[in-house]
Design a protein around this ligand. Structure first.
Ligand code: SF4
Length: 367
């Protein structure tokens, strides 16, 4: 099978037995309740933070049956301060399911464990390995880091194909014997040796086979999440002013700024003959024609607005009219007094733009 290499597990198991952690309160037991509770608490939480909670929780709920019989409020109260509270709700639901469906005894099959609330594939494997000695592969953030470095995996582990390949590797490397020490070894290595920012390579049992160490890339691996370039869009907006008023358009109900008033967009709702080209005076005059006869056109400096998913570059085209046409049948357009702009339902960047551009010094000039 691809990725098989018994020497990997042998080195890890030998190291764990000699140098790994052995005295944690959830170790040296096959009690699935104790193992399960620790694995859930350790999701997204460091060992040091879990220790006190684990002891107090077990004092209050010493058995699975006592936890299943408790109220959810009682469980939440014991969890308070540990964070990620969905874990506590799922913990309670899971206890009730194990009592109802398995007579209060956790199944040892990782596939069945993974169907219970709050237990994912990796947690199921850890519970099965520690409580039943079942050969099953774990894959959490620590293991991904160790694998990425030891095997020189230079694609982002959160990417589906990379993650699938890591799972395949984890399945292939898990040993038939000593699965407990192996699983604990992976956890211990990730937490104590192969740490994110300063791995202790000089003490590491994987040093001789570690690609990141050999190539000086421990700081680069695992590959960080690639940053997506923010898409950029451009819009030419018509800033049509006439007799102390500004022409506004109500935007469609869906899409950005849905239902708000905004500036009419050339190439958007207003046709522009030469869309894609710099707005020629004649083309702008033609677009303006339904509202009146263009007197002057000034291309103002572009402004940029950053949305969550893209950047919008707005090119404002300031237009004055020599005569105004009636807005016959054009319900979505309206002339608004400049003085009413601060209270109008305008998108924040458009309001800012208008208030800046039509500030008093400008108003005096253009209205
Ligand atoms: S040699 Fe260093 S980088 Fe490689 S697995 Fe060990 S601690 Fe991590």
């Amino acid at each position: 099978m691809q990725y098989q290499d018994p020497s990997f597990a042998a080195a890890l198991v030998a190291w764990q037995k000699q140098h790994g952690r052995h005295g944690l309160p959830w170790q040296n037991t096959r009690d699935a309740y104790l193992v399960w509770l620790s694995e859930i608490m350790l999701q997204q939480t460091q060992v040091a933070a879990v220790l006190g909670y684990y002891a107090r929780f077990l004092e209050r709920f010493p058995t699975l049956a006592s936890l299943a019989a408790a109220s959810v409020d009682d469980v939440m109260a014991q969890w308070a301060g540990l964070g990620y509270y969905t874990r506590a709700r799922n913990l309670h639901k899971c206890a009730q399911r194990v009592v109802a469906e398995y007579g209060g005894v956790f199944p040892s099959d990782p596939a069945l464990l993974a169907e219970l609330p709050g237990i994912g594939r990796s947690t199921a494997a850890a519970i099965a390995a520690f409580s039943a000695g079942r050969r099953a592969a774990i894959m959490d953030g620590n293991v991904k880091r160790v694998f990425a470095r030891v095997f020189g995996i230079d694609t982002y582990p959160g990417e589906r194909r990379t993650e699938e390949a890591m799972w395949a590797r984890a399945e292939a490397l898990a040993p038939d014997e000593d699965i407990e020490a192996y699983t604990q070894g992976l956890m211990d290595m990730g937490a104590t040796l192969c740490t994110r920012s300063s791995p202790s390579c000089e003490r590491c049992p994987m040093q001789a086979r570690c690609v990141a160490y050999a190539t000086g890339r421990t700081a680069e691996l695992p590959v960080r999440k690639p940053k997506k370039a923010t898409p950029e869009k451009a819009a030419r907006m018509l800033l049509l002013v006439d007799r102390g008023q500004v022409l506004l358009e109500q935007r469609p109900a869906v899409g950005i700024w849905g239902g708000l008033l905004s500036l009419p967009e050339l190439d958007g709702h207003l046709p522009l003959a030469d869309a894609g080209e710099p707005a020629a005076d004649a083309a702008v005059a033609a677009a303006v024609q339904p509202f009146g006869v263009m007197e002057s056109l000034e291309r103002l400096l572009p402004v940029m607005h950053v949305f969550t998913h893209y950047k919008l570059h707005i090119q404002p085209l300031l237009v004055t009219l020599s005569s105004r046409a009636a807005l016959a049948g054009e319900q979505r357009y309206q002339w608004l007094d400049a003085g009413a702009l601060p209270g109008a339902a305008l998108p924040a960047p458009i309001k800012k733009l208008l208030l800046e551009l039509l500030g008093e010094h400008r108003q005096a000039r253009i209205f």
